[in-house]
Design a protein around this ligand. Sequence first.
Ligand code: B12
Length: 248
Amino acid sequence: MKRHLRPYGDTTGDGMVQLSFTLPVPHGPRADGAAQQLANRMGIDPALVVHSHPIGEDFTFFVVYGSVSHIIDMDAVTVVEREYPLLTPGEINTAVKKALRRKLVVVGACIGTDAHTVGIDAILNIKGFAGEKGLEYYRELRVINLGAQVTVPELVKRARAEKADAVLVSQVVTQRDAHILNTQEMSAAFREAMGERKPLLVAGGPRFDPLMAGELGVDRVFGRGTTPGEVASYLVHALTTRKDTVPA
Ligand code: B12
């Protein structure tokens, strides 16, 4: 892979990108002009408004296609890369049995006012996601899915009662940074209630960046497109290499 790159549209390195956004202006030629000005100011030049559509009377949605001059330095890219192997359900069951000699207990919930349960269900429910079975399918995992709108005190109480090895929370709504604030509240509550004995804390949702784990006070963050197998493999990796976090 080359170190320095530019986006690709029609020909290699032509810098072409596509961008969509909404402006609070009525649909029409002035709206298209406003979209073009914004794109130009963002460094897209030339910028072509290839699609504009009214959203009600006072808003317009745009798609702009154009060229940027920016160059990407691959050496300066910082991401979280998977540091653990992807295991099959059979391998996971065997690893849990060998390391813990009991079932690994997972408590999951959607916390705060968030009622978007499809994401956490995709990871936990037996039917799973993207062709993979969810964590309930794994014989050596005991899964307690608390569902939607669980308060932090309820979650801490239940996690303690169940002797959870791992707590998985989902946050989909990001309005006013609710996903960040709720997750920070959750991790602080576990630290306060359980200190070093707190379970492994995992947060997930489409607008989370895995780099946010430190800021959120959790052990791991999973973003959009996560599959149950990735989560199960992570749990086994983390809990069998960090036995100090596992309640007896
Ligand atoms: C379905 C849906 C609903 C359903 C939810 C039903 C349910 N039981 O979940 C209903 C109709 C109830 C709903 C309501 C609302 N919704 Co809604 N909803 C959606 C929608 C269309 C799909 C979400 C979804 O199911 N995705 C599929 C799952 C599989 O994907 P996922 O959540 O990303 O999960 C994956 C990963 O993120 C990750 N993951 C997620 N959680 C976790 C947790 C862990 C531990 C791990 C490891 C991984 C993980 O793994 C999953 C699999 O890969 C989205 C728009 C969209 N297209 O995304 C809006 C959306 C999320 N909703 C939105 C809004 C605003 C609302 C409402 C506030 C609307 C209103 N005004 O009433 C309410 C809020 C209700 C509430 N109290 O939370 C906004 C959120 C905007 C924002 N930035 O915050 C969105 C983005 C729509 C939009 N563009 O405006 N909604």
